[in-house]
Design a protein around this ligand. Structure first.
Ligand SMILES: Nc1ncnc2c1ncn2[C@@H]1O[C@H](COP(=O)(O)OP(=O)(O)O)[C@@H](O)[C@H]1O
Ligand SMILES: O=c1ccn([C@@H]2O[C@H](COP(=O)(O)OP(=O)(O)O)[C@@H](O)[C@H]2O)c(=O)[nH]1
Length: 234
């Protein structure tokens, strides 16, 4: 179905069964799922969140300055990116970390041509540090990078299996959409992704598939066009 994808992984999901940090089993499950699609020849760019370590907004609630807190959050995404790179290398996948903030030799400073060149060479490219700016999220980072690398689709891997009429973790009567338009997301006030990220995808015509990444085997199903999750398009 897709030749080049931008995969967004939730930092919070990386906690697995733990309350904080990185669950190695979850990390390895992710690496194996990514290996499956990379072995098929799909070019994979990845943005991973940082919510399992630090979020700027929760920091601000505890009295941190938001600007500082967001910088801490962006660094958290770099920690997760390095962990994922290592896990991908362990299962035999070549991967490279590019950072939105200059911090060589931790990762190479991001540029669009560098990312595309690595993708074309068959490397998995982890685009870390979000957008490099405070007051944004990694969902917005992944919309931005997805558009920049000219991905065919953005795959939002999360812990719910799609977009529902209401938050399925709160409303047991919520029903799932197989497909939905960007406009319907606004009209119904659905909160699966922040509006900045949604709007960037809408304006640049980058479709999104929201799916449950925590069930092994799902990523390859999405790539093969099986109708799991929810497709968002114009
Ligand atoms: N209409 C909706 N459909 C699906 N999920 C929703 C909806 N509204 C809110 N959510 C919530 O959005 C969250 C998306 O998960 P995730 O992307 O992992 O969160 P985060 O980006 O905060 O780590 C889930 O916790 C889910 O309960
Ligand atoms: O472009 C960005 C991306 C992320 N962040 C910070 O990094 C944190 C972690 O990212 P996010 O909450 O999106 O991670 P996830 O919800 O996917 O775990 C955020 O709370 C922000 O503080 C930021 O400041 N700018």
């Amino acid at each position: 179905m897709y030749k080049r994808v931008l995969l967004k992984l939730s930092g919070e999901s990386l906690m697995g069964e733990q309350n904080y940090g990185i669950d190695n089993n979850r990390l390895e499950e992710y690496a194996l799922q990514i290996k499956e699609i990379s072995d098929l020849g799909v070019q994979v760019g990845i943005v991973i969140g940082g919510g399992n370590i630090f979020r700027g907004l929760s920091g601000a609630a505890k009295g941190f300055d938001r600007y500082q807190g967001d910088q801490m959050g962006m660094l958290a995404t770099v920690i997760n990116s390095l962990a994922l790179k290592s896990s991908l290398n362990n299962v035999g996948v070549k991967a490279r970390v590019l950072t939105a903030i200059k911090m060589e030799p931790v990762g190479e400073f991001y540029s669009q041509p560098k990312a595309i060149e690595a993708l074309e060479n068959g490397e998995v490219v982890i685009l870390s540090g979000g957008t490099g700016n405070p007051y944004f999220t990694t969902d917005t980072g992944s919309s931005l990078r997805g558009i920049e690398i000219k991905a065919d689709v953005m795959l939002k891997g999360t812990r719910v299996d799609g977009i529902y009429t209401a938050d399925p973790e709160k409303d047991p009567n919520a029903t799932k959409f197989d497909e939905i338009t960007f406009d319907e997301i606004y009209d119904r006030g659905l909160k699966v992704m922040d509006l900045t990220a949604t709007t960037m995808c809408k304006e640049n015509n980058l479709s999104i598939v929201v799916f449950d990444m925590d069930t092994p085997g799902n990523l390859i199903k999405v790539i093969k066009g099986e109708k799991i999750g929810t497709l968002v398009k114009n």
